[in-house]
Design a protein around this ligand. Structure first.
Ligand SMILES: [Zn+2]
Length: 276
């Protein structure tokens, strides 16, 4: 009897230990906005990038690069523990971001890149206001819808609505959630467009007085499936900020119920791309 009691107590204490390990384990992260651009590649080898992701608990990334070789290079590392979701970036060189939607050369470039058959989406691309009515933007939106690809747009709310008008129901990640779009407007757009997902990098208003801004908190609780995180390593120096960015996100998510925090941190990203 005594031995039974001892083994029961041992089982209990082991269970408690494993439960507390689960509770304190840092949230895994799906980085849904990163760029492995050409300028970064001389300082940040793909091995160094992957080692940092491992160290920080970044388990999956939505990879985009200018040019796309950076993304291909990351995939070629075959890291078994890092899921890489490649997006086709419609930029060959930096200035393409300004006129990609009006440049027939880009159209040919995108067509050729698509033949790789590996991409799950197109972006991140920049487009604002009426520019989103450019025939090629409409074509890309319809192509994405037809091929079940995501779009990843750095845009104001006006351009987002124009894109969604071209191809109703197309799946769209809104980079930086419009950067400064009011949360009332974001909420209205979530209600109107069920396939709109917001990415949170460069939303400095997430934090208020050292904690998660209550207005954001309310939106997260109302739409827990509609947010993803991103680092947006758009310039090389931003790679050095990735550890702080992870710490910041984990601190903000710490103000949410664990299940909501898990969705925003990584489960939404996995679900969007059908990953286990
Ligand atoms: Zn970006």
């Amino acid at each position: 009897m005594k031995r039974q009691l001892q083994s029961f107590l041992l089982t209990c204490s082991l269970l408690m230990m494993s439960l507390s390990a689960v509770a304190t384990e840092p949230l895994p992260i799906f980085d849904a906005h990163m760029h492995y651009n050409i300028e970064a590649r001389s300082t940040w080898s793909p091995q160094r990038v992957i080692a940092m992701w491992r160290q920080l608990g970044i388990r999956a990334v939505l990879a985009t690069s200018r040019p796309n070789d950076g993304t291909l290079d990351l995939i070629a590392q075959n890291a078994p523990d890092i899921k890489i979701v490649p997006f086709l970036r419609p930029y060959r060189v930096q200035p393409d971001r300004h006129d990609w939607f009006a440049n027939p050369e880009i159209e040919r470039f995108v067509e050729k890149e698509l033949q790789r058959g590996i991409y799950r989406g197109i972006g991140e691309f920049h487009i604002f206001g009426k520019d989103a009515d450019a025939p090629y933007m409409a074509k890309i939106a319809r192509l994405a819808k037809a091929r079940d690809l995501w779009l990843h747009a750095h845009s104001d709310e006006d351009a987002i609505e124009r894109i969604l008008f071209h191809a109703p129901g197309v799946k769209l990640i809104w980079a930086h959630t419009g950067m400064s779009t009011s949360l009332d407007k974001v909420e209205a757009m979530f209600a109107q467009y069920p396939n709109l997902v917001s990415e949170l990098s460069f939303r400095s208003d997430l934090e208020q007085d050292g904690s998660l801004n209550p207005q954001w908190r309310r939106l997260f609780l109302r739409y827990p499936d509609r947010f993803v995180l991103g680092t947006d390593t758009w310039v090389t120096s931003r790679w050095d900020d990735v550890p702080q960015l992870m710490a910041f996100y984990r601190r903000m998510l710490g103000d949410l119920p664990r299940d909501v925090a898990e969705r925003i941190a990584y489960k939404n990203g996995l679900a969007m791309f059908g990953l286990p």
